[in-house]
Design a protein around this ligand. Structure first.
Ligand code: C2O
Ligand code: CU
Length: 516
């Protein structure tokens, strides 16, 4: 459980955030951005659909109450004390239709501050949930009312934006239905993939504290698939060994935390979540990686998967055997069910651990062994470059008005992770202006991959490997540069960070800020 929080780290973080917030708030930035509240509009410059322009407000209001509190949950044979929304892991999904206004009252019954971030949603910035930047943290016993129009259909999720709380049970899907859904499927199932330690092994706060102290030398940390090289620090590993390869597409070190469990919809492989269906059905699976430090390799035994959406936005459908989903990413895929009992597997990429698994049951047959990996896992793997955006969400070609570098670095043996030479709180924000087409060059100068996330916008992959697919979180591989284009149509101050929650808390966060 997370009560052993290292207050020093937590406080320092809040102070840093607070300081950044004060700088940004001076000069009326906050006042200016409130103009957009509740009614996001397009940039109006004739570019193709901006992130905030897809759906007109429906006039409908969806209301929910959420209580964040300590609780005990059953992961399927293993009970753990953790923090969760309304005692469920993952929390009960929120489902709206694009254009609806969502009103959520958060009650904080945790012993510490919290907030909610609505990951991937292009909402008004004061609803975005980053303490010190977008709102004051919600104190223990306090409440906060979130309300915003949800502009874009797709698969989203929400989690706290304080410390490493998202590595507890505090996370849940936010599904936004499309009023114009072509609906080429018979049923749909949301699958939340998560790495679990809270209440079982070390708490997330303990892990963070140890990482800040020991970095890559942290006892008990894996070298991410390099167990055979124990005792060797990064200096002893050749660059070639560490770089991405067909066997290790994210590079040799894809995560540093050893989780005792990997769960799908809050359940371990030994007592899994089961989809009961029938043969010949088209099932849309909405995949969400809510993990703190684990990418998952996903496959369904004896099935091909057709990828239809990245981070909520449609792509031209592509059929593959398997895909890797980084922390914070979402994919929607469609399968056509066979007859029998099939494993749905989320194997922790580059980690030597029992995979997360759900089951698909459409007929009779033996339940496959919980640790069995379907052969699809080593079959044809999805790449970003194989995907292109659906026409209706493709950005119009336009030269960037502004290009900004976002350099990602490991500092001090992994005790810190920096952006552009500084940790969070020590940055000047990345400055942009409303109406611009902005290109961010995400330059990874480290030997780990970073799932980089930008708040408030869904960007398009650009440049060399860029096909224009829309995403809000993108895996940037070791030593790789990924360029992303965004349409500056949602004024405010927006967090930009690595969705490895430990990297983020050790400094790998900055702010994208609109000039007033
Ligand atoms: Cu899902 Cu700033 O994060
Ligand atoms: Cu990272």
């Amino acid at each position: 459980m997370s009560t052993s929080s290292p207050k020093s780290v937590h406080r320092r973080r809040l102070l840093q955030v607070g300081a950044a917030g004060i700088v940004l708030a001076s000069g009326g930035v906050y006042a200016g951005t409130r103009l957009l509240s509740g009614s996001p509009t397009a940039a109006g410059d004739g570019t193709a659909r901006a992130a905030t322009s897809q759906t007109a407000p429906s006039g409908r209001v969806v209301t929910r109450e959420l209580r964040a509190a300590p609780t005990t949950v059953d992961l399927g044979g293993r009970s753990v004390e953790t923090w969760a929304y309304d005692d469920a892991v993952p929390g009960k999904e929120i489902r709206v239709t694009a254009g609806d206004e969502l009103r959520v009252r958060l009650t904080n019954d945790l012993p510490v501050d919290t907030t909610i971030h609505w990951h991937g949603i292009a909402l008004p910035q004061e609803m975005d949930g980053v303490p010190g930047l977008n709102q004051d943290p919600v104190a223990p016993g306090g409440t906060f009312d979130y309300s915003f129009v949800v502009p874009d259909p797709g698969t989203y999720w929400f989690h706290p934006h304080v410390g490493v709380q998202l590595d507890t049970g505090l996370q849940a899907p936010l599904i936004v239905e499309d009023p114009a859904e072509p609906g080429d499927y018979d049923e749909e199932v949301v699958l939340v993939l998560d790495d679990w330690t809270d209440g079982w092994s070390d708490s997330p706060d303990t892990i963070l504290e140890r990482m800040a102290r020991e970095g890559m030398d942290m006892g008990g940390m894996s070298m991410g698939g390099m167990e055979g090289m124990e005792g060797m620090d990064h200096g002893g590993m050749s660059m070639d060994d560490a770089m991405p390869s067909p066997q290790a597409p994210l590079g040799a070190d894809s995560g540093d935390v050893i989780y005792p469990g990997h769960v799908v919809n809050g359940r371990l492989a030994t007592n899994p979540f089961v989809i009961n269906s029938a043969p010949g059905r088209r099932i849309r699976l909405r995949l969400i990686n809510s993990g703190g430090d684990t990418a998952y390799r996903f496959a369904v035994g004896d099935h091909r998967i057709t990828v239809t959406h990245t981070d909520g936005f449609p792509v031209e459908p592509v059929e593959v055997d398997t895909l890797i989903i980084g922390m914070g990413e979402r994919y929607d895929v469609v399968i056509t069910t066979g007859d029998g009992v099939f494993p749905i597997v989320a194997a922790p990429e580059g980690k030597d651990a029992a995979p997360g698994r759900a089951l698909l049951r459409t007929g009779t047959g033996a339940t496959p062994d919980p640790t069995a990996l379907p052969t699809e896992m080593s079959g044809q793997m999805l790449t970003y470059s194989a995907l292109s955006p659906a026409a209706e969400v493709a950005f119009e070609t336009r030269q960037p008005d502004r290009e900004l570098d976002v350099v990602l670095e490991m500092i001090d043996g992994g005790r810190k992770w920096f952006i552009n030479g500084a940790g969070f709180g020590d940055h000047d924000p990345l400055q942009i202006s409303a109406g611009e087409r902005v290109r961010l060059n995400l330059r990874n100068e480290s030997m780990m991959f970073h799932p980089m996330h930008i708040h408030g916008h869904t960007f398009a992959l650009a440049g060399q490997n860029g096909t224009g697919i829309r995403k809000d979180t993108v895996n940037v591989l070791p030593m790789e540069t990924v360029s992303v284009d965004l349409q500056a149509d949602n004024p405010g101050d927006w967090a930009v960070h690595c969705h490895n929650i430990y990297h983020a808390e050790l400094g790998m966060q900055t702010v994208l800020s609109y000039a007033p």
